[in-house]
Design a protein around this ligand. Structure first.
Ligand SMILES: N#Cc1ccccc1-c1cc(NCCCN2CCCCC2)c2ccccc2n1
Length: 196
């Protein structure tokens, strides 16, 4: 039997600075601790353009630091950037092959908010989102993609405690980010088990 090919998961929320970067970081740590992270392509994106190019919300970063979960964020001291001569890929994240190469050299890239693209629907096995509006936005976008292969689901559908919706903490406080974190841990654990 051929070696099991890799799997891919894209976590999505409204702005890609609060919930989906937390889910991405939690899942990446779980897959790393399970020794299978090299079998996965893991990323996150937004349904909106609100925060494109911005680092994860500082409240989420503080929450992840408290739990010892590495989160890729843009260094604050230095502004080191790169750009393109065309607008072909404006808003897209770096090419997955380049990211994989960087990672083999231990060079962590920094996540910046990006919007979900048509290509995401064609290349990801799973697109896992946080609430009903993310779900309806994604299904609407998927309908305009010819060969969409992604399974579009609520991340909360994997929650053993059956909390289906992971609420937007943007106008919330530290405990709301803590709740997002706990829900992501419960859901990502079951999602990884189901795909191992
Ligand atoms: N919208 C809504 C909303 C409704 C209920 C609860 C939270 C939010 C909310 C609001 C945000 N940014 C403020 C409004 C942005 N502007 C809205 C009009 C277009 C120009 C941009 C968020 C930003 C990042 C991540 C999550 C966010 N979530």
């Amino acid at each position: 039997m051929a070696a099991s090919s890799g799997k891919s998961v894209l976590f999505v929320c409204l702005g890609n600075i609060c919930r989906s970067p937390i889910a991405e970081a939690v899942f990446r740590k779980m897959a790393t601790d399970a020794g299978v992270v090299d079998k996965w392509r893991i990323d996150s994106a937004a349904t909106s353009t609100y925060e494109i190019g911005n680092p994860p919300d500082h409240r989420g970063q503080a929450c992840m630091k408290k739990h010892g979960v590495p989160m890729r964020h843009v260094a604050r001291q230095w502004v080191i950037d790169s750009g393109a001569t065309t607008d072909w890929n404006t808003g897209s994240s770096p090419d997955a092959r380049g990211l994989a190469c960087l990672r083999t050299h231990g060079i962590e890239t920094k996540h910046r908010a990006r919007q979900v693209t048509k290509e995401d629907f064609m290349t990801f096995d799973y697109i896992l989102c946080m609430d009903e509006s993310n779900l309806s936005d994604l299904k609407k976008k998927a309908n305009s993609v010819k060969n969409s292969k992604a399974k579009i689901e609520l991340l909360g559908s994997y929650d053993p405690e059956k909390q289906l919706i992971i609420k937007d903490p943007y106008y919330g406080h530290e405990e709301d980010f803590e709740n997002v974190y706990e829900q992501c841990v419960r859901c990502c654990k079951v999602f990884l088990e189901n795909n191992s």
